[in-house]
Ligand binder design. Structure first.
Ligand SMILES: [Cu+2]
Length: 395
């Protein structure tokens, strides 16, 4: 029996669905309008929420896809790298059975700073040559270097001197020489010199410090990594620096090899140089040479290290074990007001220099290292022997 047919359409159903709207059901038409409007509003709200939910899902989906794709790229890259690394066989630490004897017999590169020439002009003669050198005990390397091997001779001039460079190319291919201490037109003075030819140019050594020089012929990476580099010290005007009792020059560099160099000389490996994965790292061209043949000082001496990082690509984090650097001239800026005091480790960038003063009172063996410690394992370590100390250490 239908008592209110107009309402029955809105009556709650037996299954209970529609119970909420049922609460809004009223017997008057105003309530019906309110119900309709409210329903409409709820509908719109649900639609809007649905839309945002959909958008969020799409976003999440896209983000997940992007993440998956990035992950795939990364894992592919890692795989590619590891495959490349597989191809780049390391010869780090290769040594013959008589390595100790060879290390003892090796004549170390003279680290002592030579005297600067007197007078207004410093004449510098450099000869480039293809020469087989030893970079570690028993490890031979067919280098493009200097008549005396690698690094080239340490050059010492005074601030304000005119430096007259004569470069003779006795190598098989064109080379050149780029002095970081010079302010000259590189296209003119650093130009390639043909085999058998020479070039002469001059620059005024107005900037004090320790600077790299190197062959700048392309590919520069290859010419530097072959051994074509060295250091020039431009001594600041008298009175600027405290007088040092000892002056040592260290040129840090990396070596990238095609073989272990034990049976026959290794050659330069461009792939490893690009990957920056050297086989050996050295001070003055020979792994650990100042461990067997330490640099020396007396207790209380002011010892000055003039350090160049020839690279070609890795920095040197210069540190002396057992002491603190009393004064550091970072980047070879020799203004005492710019110096740092009592610091532990100072970076010398590839292609840059740094000067470090230490005064050690206690006798002992003080290792100097690049504190990027893989470099130590690869040969970039030496000893400063302070006082009359017996023995050596391998740190
Ligand atoms: Cu060259």
């Amino acid at each position: 029996m239908r008592t209110a047919p107009d309402l029955s359409r809105h009556a709650p159903t037996s299954n209970g669905r529609g119970s909420a709207p049922a609460g809004l059901v009223s017997t008057d038409s105003g309530s019906n309008v309110l119900f309709a409007v409210t329903s409409l509003m709820l509908g719109i709200l649900v639609a809007i929420l649905g839309f945002f939910a959909l958008m969020m899902w799409v976003d999440a989906h896209n983000a997940r896809d992007a993440a998956q794709s990035a992950e795939a790229k990364v894992s592919k890259g890692v795989l590619a790298d590891s495959m490349n690394m597989g191809a780049l066989q390391s010869f780090a630490g290769a040594s013959p059975s008589n390595a100790e004897e060879l290390a003892a017999a090796h004549r170390p590169f003279p680290a002592s700073l030579p005297a600067a020439p007197a007078g207004p002009v410093a004449n510098v003669n450099l000869v480039l040559k293809d020469v087989t050198i030893q970079i570690a005990p028993g490890v031979r390397f067919a280098s493009w270097a200097w008549a005396g091997g690698a690094p080239g001779p340490v050059i010492h001039v005074r601030q304000g001197q005119l430096v007259k460079i004569t470069l003779t190319n006795k190598g098989a291919i064109p080379h050149s020489v780029d002095f970081h201490a010079a302010r000259v037109a590189p296209n003119v003075d650093f130009r390639d010199v043909m085999p058998g030819k020479s070039i002469t140019y001059t620059f005024r050594a107005n900037d004090p410090g320790v600077f790299m020089y190197h062959c700048g012929t392309k590919p520069v990476l290859m010419h530097i990594a072959n051994g074509m580099y060295g250091a020039i010290v431009v001594e600041p005007k008298p009175g600027v620096l405290p007088k040092a009792d000892k002056n040592y020059v260290l040129v840090a560099s990396e070596w990238y090899l095609t073989s272990d160099g034990l049976k026959q000389p290794a050659q330069f490996n461009m792939e490893k140089a690009h990957a920056r994965t050297p086989d050996w790292m050295t001070f003055n061209g020979y792994a650990g040479q100042y461990v067997k043949h330490p640099l020396t000082a007396d207790p209380g001496d002011l010892v000055r290290f003039w350090v160049v990082d020839a690279g070609p690509s890795l920095d040197t984090d210069f540190h002396i074990v057992g002491t603190v650097l009393n004064t550091a001239y970072p980047f070879g800026d020799m203004k005492p007001s710019e110096a740092l005091h009592n610091v532990q480790t100072v970076t010398v960038p590839a292609g840059g220099g740094g000067v470090f003063d230490v005064k050690i009172d206690k006798s002992g063996l003080y290792p100097f290292v690049s504190h990027a410690f893989a470099a130590v394992d690869q040969g970039q370590v030496g000893l400063l022997k302070v006082g009359d100390v017996k023995g050596t250490m391998s740190h």
